[in-house]
Write a protein that binds this ligand. Structure first.
Ligand code: KG4
Ligand code: ZN
Length: 333
């Protein structure tokens, strides 16, 4: 089952060719053009996707010695994300599927962050608790199986990645800020600055990060050392993510913790997740490539087809900006 997967939900143009859940080749172009703007400029992002995506997709297939007409399934992220960006990848994949007379699958980007673990080494034991921490989302899910994923709670305001990006901006670091804060944290004392963590009751699966950046600003104005502030901020975010996650692991007797989204690249968070899982006796699945990519979209498509070989999206499948719901499904019809 040869799958061509496309991801353009934000500022990364990504394509991947997979045989089932196994990647054959992938290609990513990250848009560095937004660096000076302090955030992604949606119209610029859409134009850049348009400039590069068609040639990236056909070039990837050709570089594998294959022809576009050999692709059996075309998959693309339908949402959530920036509408203009999504429409570029989605429209290309739908048009290619139509032109080649092949089925098209629209994929939910949040689910794809979790399905990055599909087809990995060994079967995933359920129930699992899943954390998505990215630039736009911070969500906990209970998964009873791959296709049974129930929302436990999410952020009430900023996402964890957004908190990293906004805090980095006010500290005068570059965009996106997560990796900068991560690197600086290695040089600071994570317990030097006391920062509030609102909604920090571990038993509540809801998050709030918007107050943190104000607290960082006050400490910055009082003269806290940059490295200490970065490390203390990083620890506060990682701790609140982990305490809530592991409360749910205990509540449901979870066998596995699945994590995904750009923030799971964070070294302090990864180390706390490892410690927490070894204490809880749960298997931890951390992505090798946590930021947006097309392999995760292709794996979601493979999982959809494994569970229902007749699954299809209609060619009227549209882009959507936000996901709201209580059950997360990978297929967008
Ligand atoms: O999943 P992703 O690539 O895109 C979205 O779907 O949002 O996540 C991007 C987010 C950004 O907010 C970025 O600052 C954050 O992931 N991020 C990190 C790190 N690397 C990327 N946050 C903390 N530590 C990192 N090392
Ligand atoms: Zn993402």
């Amino acid at each position: 089952m040869l799958i061509l997967a496309v991801e353009t939900s934000c500022d990364d143009s990504a394509v991947a060719l997979l045989e089932g859940a196994h990647p054959i080749a992938e290609s990513i172009r990250s848009q560095t053009e937004h660096a000076g703007s302090g955030g992604v400029v949606p119209e610029i992002a859409s134009r850049l996707h348009m400039d590069v995506l068609p040639a990236m997709a056909t070039g990837l297939v050709e570089s594998c010695g294959r022809d576009l007409r050999e692709v059996e399934f075309f998959a693309a992220t339908a949402g959530p994300g920036l509408i203009g960006s999504l429409l570029v990848g989605l429209s290309w994949a739908k048009a290619a599927a139509f032109a080649c007379g092949r089925p098209f699958l629209g994929v939910n980007h949040l689910a794809a962050h979790l399905f990055t673990h599909y087809g990995g080494p060994g079967p995933v034991e359920f129930p699992a608790v899943a954390l998505i921490a990215s630039g736009g989302h911070t969500i906990l899910f209970l998964m009873r199986s791959w296709m049974d994923c129930e929302l436990l709670g999410c952020t009430r305001d900023d996402a964890a990645g957004e908190a990293f990006d906004k805090t980095a901006k006010l500290l005068g670091l570059g965009y996106p800020g997560g990796a900068h804060i991560d690197a600086l944290s290695e040089l600071g004392d994570p317990f030097a600055v006391d920062l509030p963590s609102p909604l920090d009751d571990p038993s509540s699966p809801e998050f709030s990060f918007s107050g943190l950046k104000t607290a960082v600003r006050l400490q910055w104005q009082k003269g806290a050392r940059l490295e200490d502030l970065a490390a203390s901020f990083n620890r506060t975010v990682a701790q609140v993510l982990c305490s809530k996650l592991f409360a749910q692991v205990e509540r449901f007797g979870a066998q596995t913790v699945l994590a995904g989204g750009g923030v799971t690249a964070n070294r302090m968070l990864r180390s706390m997740l490892k410690d927490g899982c070894s204490r809880a006796g749960a298997r931890l699945m951390l992505p090798d490539n946590p930021t947006d990519n097309a392999v995760m979209v292709g794996r979601a498509a493979a999982a959809i087809l494994d569970s229902d070989p007749q699954a299809r999206s209609s060619l009227s499948c549209n882009a959507f900006a936000r996901w709201t719901g209580s059950r997360l499904l990978p297929l967008v019809s």
